[in-house]
Design a protein around this ligand. Sequence first.
Ligand SMILES: C[S@@+](CC[C@H](N)C(=O)[O-])C[C@H]1O[C@@H](n2cnc3c(N)ncnc32)[C@H](O)[C@@H]1O
Length: 234
Amino acid sequence: MTGKIIGVGVGPGDPELLTLKALKVIREAKVIAYPSIETGESFARNIVKEFMSKDVLEIPIKIPMVESRFPSQLIYNSASDEIATHLKREVNVIVLCQGDPFFYGSFMYLFSRFAGKYPVEIIPGISSLNACSAVSQRPLCSRLESLSVIPGGMDDEAFLKQLEKEDAFAIMKVGRNIAKIKRLLEQKGMAKRAVYVSHATLPNQLVLPLAEAPETAPYFSMILVPSKDEYVIY
Ligand SMILES: C[S@@+](CC[C@H](N)C(=O)[O-])C[C@H]1O[C@@H](n2cnc3c(N)ncnc32)[C@H](O)[C@@H]1O
């Protein structure tokens, strides 16, 4: 017998968007791991901190903000060793993941290390895609339409190709890519119906037509391009 590693989606930011299941396991947890930036706090932990037991053991996984995957891989290896010591003692380990664990979630890096070796459970969370669509009041697509999720860091050629393929788009990881994204959407005549959302569901949430979006976007921002102009109500 060993403990179980549980990847828990904690939603886009507003603690009221936690699922009942997530709340239950977080309240009962003896060990909680979460990603955090090297110098600062953890977004995922901040969402749930009021529900964590006072004597919970915390494992912050401090990810360096660099392009190369290499240092992060070493950090995930060492976090995995630490998590495994608890699993071997038959203690469950909760891993917090902002949004949903399997939608661009960092939990995947732990999942690939533990799946097949230890029991794993995934508790889905409300993703930022759902949250941004809801707070901006932009239905994304319907009936036979398709939706494409595009990472903002994609190169121009691949990005433009993607825009030709589908009906509606969600562009993630906007951050420092905002100027490029604006330019490419303008080129395709899609900029007018695009909306910019940052920090969805949090007190500092911003929802703006793309034309009015700030020149520097934070990491937690997304651009939605609904399939039809009729879905855009200003
Ligand atoms: C590494 S991905 C994590 C996605 C997350 N697992 C989910 O299910 O939403 C980070 C990206 O998600 C988007 N994102 C996450 N939370 C957001 C929020 N509250 N408001 C706007 N965008 C958000 C941003 O595009 C950000 O760059």
